[in-house]
Write a protein that binds this ligand. Structure first.
Ligand code: F6R
Length: 240
């Protein structure tokens, strides 16, 4: 794994440049997208590039990592809402080509098709990941099998606590999610992970220096052939 250290502005710009290059080289690229605070500036840079005429996303296909169970796509904390609000509504992407797991209705049937849909689209060319303070990627919490495909997951206590900052009250945070599995993520041709802040330092240490174990879900990335970890000084502080 390659590591790049910079402040949030710098690493977000570099990751956005990777996405823009990917799309310019292959206009019908399949992009794997994440929600959360970590990719926000990446998406802002991707929007800016579109507005400046540097890229078009009109033939791009996207697959998002996860969705809370129980939230409609119109709920302002659902991941469908997040993606529309922070990226899709501001670029020329065809929303029919944007895939976000369902949190309501027959979410299980859709989840069961998800890996096949990704495969039929040609596989993910470039996947962005954030990381949880407990080392989760997507909603694969400690103990998730390395060979997992898209499935229903229980959120860890620490994740519910971390994510409660975005809800009125911790009791409103969903306790379950649908998520791409660790194997689904590892199938991506290239992966970039972004982590900033002290809260991520232990997870980044475990990712870069720890052993590969299902107790640390992100550690599976150690065996990905093309993965770059973008961190700020704080997230990197235990490694140095
Ligand atoms: C979001 C996701 C999660 C987040 C992680 C970090 O789609 O898959 O794994 O990447 O929880 O969240 P932030 O970026 O909010 O710290």
């Amino acid at each position: 794994m390659k590591v790049i250290v910079g402040n949030n502005e710098q690493i977000s710009k570099l990751i956005a440049e990777e996405f823009i290059k990917q799309v310019n080289e292959k206009p019908n690229s399949v992009l794997g997208l994440a929600t959360g605070t970590s990719p926000l500036k990446v998406y802002a840079n991707m929007i800016k590039a579109y507005k400046n005429g540097k890229v078009s996303y009109k033939d791009v296909v996207t697959f998002n990592l996860d969705e809370y169970i129980g939230l409609e796509g119109t709920h302002n904390q659902s991941y469908r809402y997040f993606m529309n609000d922070n990226l899709f509504d501001h670029i020329d992407i065809d929303k029919n080509n944007t895939h976000v797991l369902l949190g309501v209705g027959d979410y299980l049937a859709y989840a069961n098709q998800y890996d096949e849909l990704i495969k039929q689209a040609g596989g993910i060319d470039l996947q962005i990941l954030g990381i949880g303070s407990d080392g989760h990627i997507a909603f694969n919490e400690p103990g998730t099998p390395f060979d997992s495909l898209t499935h229903v997951a229980e959120l860890a206590e620490s994740t519910i606590k971390d994510n409660s900052r975005l809800f009125n009250d911790i009791s409103e945070v969903p306790t379950k999610a649908v998520t791409m599995g660790l194997k689904s993520i590892m199938n991506a041709k290239r992966i970039v992970l972004i982590a900033t802040g002290k809260n991520k330092a232990q997870a980044i240490y475990n990712l870069l220096k720890g052993k590969m174990t299902e107790e640390v879900p992100c550690s599976i990335l150690q065996k990905h052939p093309d993965c770059t970890i973008y961190v700020d000084e704080e997230a990197y502080s235990l490694v140095k």
